[in-house]
Design a protein around this ligand. Structure first.
Ligand code: QAP
Ligand code: CO
Length: 168
């Protein structure tokens, strides 16, 4: 197991579109274990492979209070979304310290493979629904700040670049 380093916005690699996993093999299971360890260590509730500079369609999520309910989504696809939307204050491990409101469908049905290559379908609402949509966006090269105004995006970019410089 290993804690992987997380790309920080505005790193251009966060905008790459991830490739589907062809076969869920031991190397994918190793990636899932490393991503889970990275997410728990952060700590966070969701992480997409894109954020650790692996451009494959793999997501890990744990929205439980006890942090022992890992959910793995390989090649996730949203097959249905509710018309009703809900606003949630989102954050992101790739944009530390920044939280803002994003509106998304309130419920989604997601189809994916688990770490054994077994297909499953899940209906999600609440925080899990927000998290799944946020993480699938990462696989498509989209970071939540892109839902905010241009003005806010610019301010966030400047703030992140300054923080990066003072950390170096
Ligand atoms: C995505 O985000 C998410 O700024 C997962 O300093 C967020 O785990 C989905 C984190 C909200 C739904 C709602 C953020 C940790 C963690 C920070 C995360 C920070 C430290 C974010
Ligand atoms: Co994120």
């Amino acid at each position: 197991m290993a804690v992987l380093s997380i790309l920080r916005y505005p790193d251009p690699r966060l905008h790459r579109v991830a490739e589907p996993v062809r076969e869920v093999d031991e190397s994918i299971r190793q990636l899932v274990r490393d991503m889970a360890e990275t997410m728990y260590e952060a700590p966070g509730i969701g992480l997409a492979a894109t954020q650790v500079d692996v451009h494959l369609r793999v997501v890990v999520i744990d929205v439980s209070e006890s942090k022992n309910e890992l959910q793995v989504f390989i090649n996730p696809e949203i097959v249905a979304s509710s018309v009703e939307c809900k606003t949630y204050e989102e954050g992101c491990l790739s944009v530390p310290g920044i939280y803002d409101d994003v509106e998304r469908p309130e419920r989604v049905t997601v189809k994916a493979l688990d770490q054994h290559g077994q297909a499953f379908t899940l209906e999600a609402d609440g925080l899990l629904a927000v998290c799944i949509q946020h993480e699938i966006d990462h696989l498509n090269g989209r970071v939540f700040v892109q839902y905010l105004s241009r003005l806010k995006q610019g301010r966030i970019k400047t703030k992140m670049l300054k923080a990066e410089r003072s950390a170096a």
